[in-house]
Design a protein around this ligand. Structure first.
Ligand code: AMP
Ligand code: MG
Length: 413
């Protein structure tokens, strides 16, 4: 008879996983390749940005006091004594009382000037410019160090490198950046019934879905996936696949964790001395879910139904990968939403229902995306959130608030 440990809550399972992880070490990579990687060290600015006072507009560098009283009907006339282009130096150029210097966006402001008039508020002819409005000091004028001062911490260790962050690094002339290494992850699909895409289907076979959904999720979180192929339902073949896969930092298998005659995964954990930390979670979908550890390698035996595979990945594997990669934000955001239908469920397990939230009049509403059977991937592919119905709740009425977990949200990938 197969003996089982008691099931753990989702939160306890997450804590058990996170407590077993030491983040990977650093590596230097090109800033061009650093998108979606996690920063290993704080970035401290060693220069000012902008490096000198510069213009925020195309127009004329002036002395603000010279424009007092200027209007459309009675413009002020200033003598144009020169021009500064973006990328040029303003050395030797000076604005003195009664004069202006033509200036382009991003060009250094010449000495003497304390404001820039937009070209739209001027008209130039015969060496003079008419100014049609008053201005004040530092209008359209960016001061040196306004964006970043020397010594500022501009990015913190643990942050994910977004496109804007990479732009920041480029502005600081960082050709390379120190990031956490990427975890290598082997994916094993178990099951005699599986045929990989492109393979000829035998009677009774179904397509291997999980290798692809997992591969994509791993790419999304900048892990390095390797597909180990299908382990047929024999103890030896499945064990052999696990043994080889243990070269990776993380092993993920799908299927073979239920109570069936050919569900070998748990026995294989034991036979390979992978210490089982939990084997069942009090959640639906995804109840049978094994997590173990061997020599700092993390091993996840996820359930086989495609939706259970994905929801278990989101709750358990994803935070593990992010901790391995040193990320500071590990969890998907949760928020309250008004339920637009009625939900009924059995007492005893947290339910994660596939939902779609929308925002109307600044309020968030959510409804389910169709069949909640764990084999129905369509309602997962149409979902942008999981509706979390707690263990002890059996009914939520339409119009009541529910907690939703945002699963496709850029803040945390
Ligand atoms: P198991 O726990 O191995 O009995 O798998 C549970 C269910 O998930 C069965 O109906 C399997 O056919 C299905 N399943 C397992 N692995 C996959 C996979 N890689 N792709 C699609 N369905 C799967
Ligand atoms: Mg199976």
């Amino acid at each position: 008879m197969k003996r089982e440990r008691p099931s753990v809550s989702v939160q306890d399972a997450q804590s058990i996983i996170l407590d077993s992880i030491t983040p990977l070490g650093p590596e230097m990579i090109s800033t061009f390749d650093a998108y979606n990687r996690v920063l290993f060290r704080d970035i401290i600015a060693d220069i000012m940005i902008p490096p000198v006072d510069d213009s925020a507009m195309d127009g004329y560098a002036v002395i603000a006091d010279d424009t007092i009283g200027a209007s459309k009907n009675i413009p002020v006339r200033l003598r144009v004594t020169g021009e500064v282009q973006a990328g040029a130096s303003a050395a030797g150029k000076q604005v003195i009382k009664g004069t202006a210097i033509r200036i382009m966006t991003g060009a250094p402001v010449p000495q003497g000037a304390d404001s820039v008039i937009r070209v739209e508020d001027t008209e130039e002819e015969a060496g003079y410019v008419k100014i049609f409005c008053e201005t004040v000091k530092y209008k359209n004028y960016r001061q040196a160090g306004e964006n970043i001062k020397k010594g500022d911490k501009v990015l913190s260790r643990g942050c994910r490198l977004t496109s804007a962050n990479l732009g920041f690094l480029a502005s600081l002339n960082r050709i390379e950046v120190e990031v956490y290494k990427q975890p290598t992850v082997s994916i094993i699909s178990t099951g005699d019934e599986l045929a990989d895409i492109g393979e000829e289907m035998q009677t009774g076979q179904i397509r291997n879905v999980n290798a692809h959904t997992l591969y994509a999720e791993l790419k999304r979180y900048s892990a390095l996936p390797e597909y180990s192929g299908i382990a047929r339902d024999t103890f030896e073949e499945t064990r052999d696949k696990f043994l080889k896969a243990l070269k990776s930092d993380v092993v993920i298998s799908t299927g073979g964790v239920s109570m069936g005659k050919y569900d070998f995964v748990k026995e294989i954990f034991s036979s390979l001395d992978i210490e089982i930390k939990f084997e069942r979670v009090n959640v639906k979908p995804g109840g049978p879910c094994i997590f173990g550890e061997k020599d700092n390698k993390l091993v996840f035996g996820l359930p086989g139904n495609p939706v259970s595979t994905l929801t278990s990945f989101i709750q358990f594997v994803r935070p593990a990968l992010l901790r391995l990669m040193g990320a500071d934000k590990l969890h998907k955001p949760m928020i309250n939403a008004f339920l637009e239908e009625e939900i009924q469920k059995k007492n005893g397990k947290v339910n994660l229902l596939r939902g779609y939230f929308t925002i109307k009049d600044n309020e968030i509403y959510v409804s389910t995306t169709g069949s909640q059977k764990t084999s129905v991937l369509g309602s997962m592919s149409g979902a942008n959130c999981l509706i979390i119905v707690p263990e002890d709740i059996t009914e939520v009425k339409s119009g009541e608030k529910v907690l939703i977990q945002l699963i496709d949200h850029s803040e945390t990938w």
